[in-house]
Write a protein that binds this ligand. Sequence first.
Ligand code: FE2
Length: 355
Amino acid sequence: MRCLVVDDEPRLRRVLVRLLEGEGFRCTEAGSGVEALAQLEREAVPLVISDLRMPEMDGVQLLREVATRWPETAVIVVTAVAEVESAVACLQMGALDYVAKPFHLDEVRARVTQALDKRRLILENRNYQHHLEARVEAQARRIEELFLEGVHALVHALEAKDGYTRGHSMRVANYSAGMTAALALDADLADTIALGAELHDVGKIGVSEAVLHKAGKLTGDEYRHIMEHTVIGARILGPLMRDAPGALTIVRSHHERLDGTGSPDGLKGDAIPFEARLVSVADAFDAMTSVRPYRPSLTVAHAMQELETGKGVQFDPAVVDGFRRAFPEATALPIPTPQLQPLRLPLRAMEARRA
Ligand SMILES: [Fe+2]
């Protein structure tokens, strides 16, 4: 192992070098702090033994430099008995030990061994921490991936069952992404909305296919049965999405209406979570411009007009304006929408809540 001995007295340096070489160290010497730094710049060493009082740059200054630039180097300071206070200050600055002059060789040997043991432990600990952090991060990424794979599997299951929904979830997510950009919403809220928009109709998995595919007008009971998809969706996803409550509220509340006549909770105005008010506009627009079992699709202009008419009654006016701002040129289908980013869990919000 290499060691750098720093002392302005050549005689003392020799004594230490001889001792350390006897212990198997390969030593280099420096007569001042400046010289020591120059040597460290050429080649870092695991151990520095340095006198405190030296011309040009003293041991304290040297220690400060070493501690910041070579944090893996162990430093032992050599002090006169009268300098014990400075020695203690050095310990606070990161020196691993000190030896008081006049010293006994056995004492130096013991201090060096101890300091190197300490250094090894510190490095091992740092290494362990580093690996642990990397592993935790990899696990968190894997959990997120698994979750999102689960989400996609659910959406595919729904689309396999309900032809009308095919592409609907994705289009609603696309329109919602356009609106989050037009309204300059923050990244976390955008992640929440993207996730909730893609999942909003998942509860239709629990709705009878006969009702879902009925070509004629729905009876009151049938309509109520279909509208249960919000509650069913929230129930299916609830345990999976404890960490993404915003997305879950979209699933539950995307059929609420501003005037309080929506379902399932009859929420009114601002009591409807903003995320849900936003997705509800995207959802309604896509529903109107899609062919349904019981009617042909509306034109873009007609659907836009319906959104305007629904302002303050069914829809949040600011959100409808956001939709217009997002797609000002829209006249015919398909409406060009922003490229969807890969789904992400709104992790920043989750971490903030945990903190
Ligand atoms: Fe829905």
